[in-house]
Design a protein around this ligand. Sequence first.
Ligand code: DQA
Length: 147
Amino acid sequence: MSMKALVLNGPNLNLLGLRQPEVYGSTTLAQVEASCLEHGTKLGLEVTCKQSNHEGQLIDWIHECRETGAGIVLNAGAYSHTSVAIMDAIASAERPVIEVHLSNIHARERFRHHSYISKVAKGMICGLGPQGYLLGLDALAKILESE
Ligand code: DQA
């Protein structure tokens, strides 16, 4: 069976490259997604990329992973710091999640230091920019191989 990975981005990440480039860099979401697809191929992962600004949509896509068997590389944006609902969705989907943040959330405002996603994620990568997504896929491939 093929190993599937969902690269899921949350609110405001559609504006990557334009939004606060001093914090998030100049790489666009389309470029991040293209490099995830390319890297996934090397790892033997079938990668799908999705982005939404809506909490319920993100939750629906996480639930779908129960059926598809995909693992998830997730940057939930600001919902990471607020959403018990996304945390519960991850727990309900029973699929491995690697949490990613472009910026180092621990070096920023205090309200960004806590993440609900971290409570249910296999691991978390932050502060490494777009490379974090590729490292997330590396980790996910190892986890999916061992399933
Ligand atoms: C982010 C960090 C969050 O605090 C912020 O709300 C984002 C992006 C990151 O990738 O660094 O939208 O998840």
